[in-house]
Design a binder for this molecule. Structure first.
Ligand code: SF4
Ligand code: SF4
Length: 637
């Protein structure tokens, strides 16, 4: 059997392709994006209809239609995306599926690139939808394949919930690509009252959904997702202490036990929802204490505590985890954290064992890694910043000049332009969730009529959830300016296309939506497009937009600097530089630095501005800002 190195997200995509998925719809979001990118890359070979949808709700609704036509379908998103898709999800749990339907929701403990650290297992529990929690890329692929079977056999959607670490690590997997197909799109939607939710049908469907839970739990048990596994880490054996671990935490426990030289039987839970004590209670027989190791919420721990309270046989069993504060409830786990917390558990439950481990490993934290990484340099610490030459920087700068002196409120949104909130631009006073900037700007106008309000929103976000609040603002007679930061891509998640680009996810030319036309048809009566690289014109347009009596829309359009070729870098005439630092302090371009102060250090004089050529993309913003005009394109000084 051939082996191939797969990233977790690629493994999920291949699991779906192997399972015969016909329709895949998604909205990009870290850490889930590469799943759909992989499917899109292979969609033509396998006759799969794959798309970037405008938002997660639409992605799920697309997958539901395919499933109800008898096809296997998948919707992918990150954890916050499930909030957007929650409406169809809850009803879908009642109505069920025909073709297998898998919803991949990638959680982001940490969080590395999200507004929240939501635990999707709780969503699954709330919706009564089974959740599978893979620990490795290989398991993610296997669980994806099985999830389609489970979904069809039980008639319910299934959530696959990988976490960042599973999504983005790579593993060698035995793999042969399945034979290619012309088209998998052979659906047949049969009309049936069961696809229509009505109050009378709801109460019946709710009963059925509750009744099927034990059956689903048995299925996942038989699939081997929940079972005890021996970890053979050394000569010492852990006898009357138990460890329950789920998802990526299982690997951290495995590594910790190996470091401790311990052999132990660990109960691995790959299907936390619906929870079952079958198998688990057998494992817990004769144990005095058990530790639940799971990231984020105590989903398994709580369900275990409830089950134990109903079973007298376990009266003397002590449960450790989040409630005992042995493990934290926030943030991403890692090998060192789990090792030290496992040791705390041993200290409470078996002090002699803890002593012997501590004697052997006096410098436990980081010990494994310190040895191997001693000769590696520390990675440089970098503050998050908009790229050099990012057109958004200019748009923010223009509104800082035009609106800030009027004490304007700037509402921000979700995208790489969220970084505009940081100094020196300080261009977002709020940031809540996708599409919220416009709704909030309209609301601010209600409570502070005389204060200018500017909402910033990216182009992809505008399609995701920006049109409805724009209509709302016009309808409710708000006075505000919406700035659509159109860099012609979904930049933050890796440059996926959107309806404003005239190209589909599979690269076909399609209808190109025009921001000006949409804004006008949403009711905005002052609509303009400007190139933010023309800073003077952008400042002028910003002033005009702010003077409008109703809702004005300014589209700042310029291709993302990472999708274009940089032009000649700019340079500073060091001799003529005023050393005022305006270029550095107001723009925050990462290519601009303060040069060497030399002797001037004693007089507390700033050094001249300096541009790092390798970083400069030649946007020219600093040249516009410089009052002395001593910054010019290379070759023109
Ligand atoms: S021209 Fe100036 S603002 Fe633009 S990337 Fe270069 S240093 Fe930064
Ligand atoms: S704004 Fe112009 S004069 Fe002032 S520090 Fe920068 S390059 Fe020098």
């Amino acid at each position: 059997m051939k082996h191939k190195l797969f990233m977790g997200n690629e493994a999920i995509a291949w699991g779906a392709i192997e399972a015969g998925v016909a329709v895949v719809a998604a909205y990009p979001g870290t850490p889930s994006t590469e799943i759909t990118e992989t499917v899109l890359r292979h969609s033509k070979e396998y006759g799969i209809a794959a798309e970037w949808s405008v938002n997660e709700k639409i992605a799920l609704e697309t997958a539901i239609a395919a499933s109800w036509s008898g096809l296997r379908a998948m919707a992918c998103m990150k954890q916050v995306g499930l909030n957007v898709a929650a409406d169809p999800l809850m009803t879908l749990a009642y109505l069920g599926v025909k073709g297998g339907l898998v919803i991949v929701v990638a959680d982001d403990p940490g969080p590395h690139s999200s507004q929240t650290e939501q635990d999707t297992r709780l969503f699954g529990r709330f919706a009564k939808i089974p959740v599978l929690d893979p620990a490795t890329p290989a398991e993610a692929r296997e669980m994806t394949l099985k999830a389609f079977e489970l979904s069809e056999e039980m008639g319910v959607p299934v959530i696959l919930r990988p976490t960042t670490r599973v999504c983005h690590v790579c593993q060698d997997i035995a793999f042969i690509p399945p034979p290619q197909e012309k088209s998998r799109l052979k659906g047949n939607f049969e009309k049936d009252p069961r696809w229509v939710i009505m109050p009378s049908r709801s109460s019946q469907a709710h009963r059925q959904l509750n009744a099927i839970q034990p059956k689903i739990a048995r299925w996942t048990l038989q699939a081997g997702f929940n079972e005890s596994r021996w970890i053979r880490g050394g000569n010492k054996e852990l006898k009357d202490l138990g460890i329950i671990a789920s998802g990526i935490s299982f690997n951290y426990v495995k590594e910790a036990l190996e470091r401790f030289g311990l052999t132990a039987e660990v109960y691995k839970i790959g299907a936390p929802i619906p929870f079952t004590t079958e198998g688990l209670f057998e494992y817990l027989q004769g144990k005095s204490s058990v530790l639940c190791v799971e990231e984020l919420e105590p989903v398994i721990e709580e369900q275990l505590l409830t089950a134990l309270s109903l079973n007298r046989a376990f009266n003397s069993l002590s449960v450790y985890g989040k409630y005992s504060e042995t493990l934290p409830r926030e943030g991403e786990f890692n090998s060192d954290l789990v090792a030290t917390r496992l040791l705390s558990f041993f200290r409470e439950a078996d002090p002699l064992l803890a002593e012997s481990i501590e004697a052997a490993l006096p410098n436990l934290v980081g010990s494994t890694y310190r040895n191997t990484s001693e000769d590696r340099p520390e990675p440089p610490r970098r503050a998050p910043v908009l790229c050099a030459g990012c057109p958004h920087r200019n748009s923010f700068y223009a509104f800082n000049v035009a609106a800030r002196p009027k004490k304007a409120i700037f509402t921000g949104d979700i995208g790489c332009y969220t970084l505009g909130a940081l100094p020196p631009l300080n261009a977002s006073d709020t940031c809540l969730c996708m599409g919220a900037s416009t709704a909030m700007a309209a609301a601010f106008h209600k409570v502070e009529k005389d204060r200018p309000v500017v909402a910033f929103m990216g182009d992809s976000t505008f399609f995701h959830s920006g049109m409805a609040p724009l209509i709302n603002a016009v309808y409710n007679q708000a006075r505000m300016t919406l700035v659509i930061l159109d860099n012609e891509t979904t930049a933050m998640t890796g440059h996926q296309p959107h309806p404003g680009m005239g190209i589909t996810g599979t690269g076909e030319q399609t209808f190109r939506f025009n921001f000006e036309a949409i804004a006008r048809s949403c009711g905005a009566n002052w609509v303009r497009t400007v190139d933010p690289y023309d800073l003077e014109a952008t400042i002028e347009a910003a002033r005009e937009a702010l003077d409008q009596p109703g809702v004005s829309v300014l589209i700042c359009q310029r291709l993302c600097i990472n999708r274009t070729r940089p032009s000649k870098p700019y340079v500073v005439d060091q001799e003529a530089c005023l050393r005022c630092g305006i270029c550095i302090d107001r723009l925050g371009c990462p290519a601009l630095f303060e040069g060497d102060r030399g002797e001037d250090r004693k007089q507390k004089r700033r050094g001249p501005a300096y541009i790092e050529k390798a970083k400069c993309t030649g946007c020219g913003a600093c040249a516009y800002v410089c009052p002395k005009k001593v910054i010019q394109q290379e070759g023109s000084l």
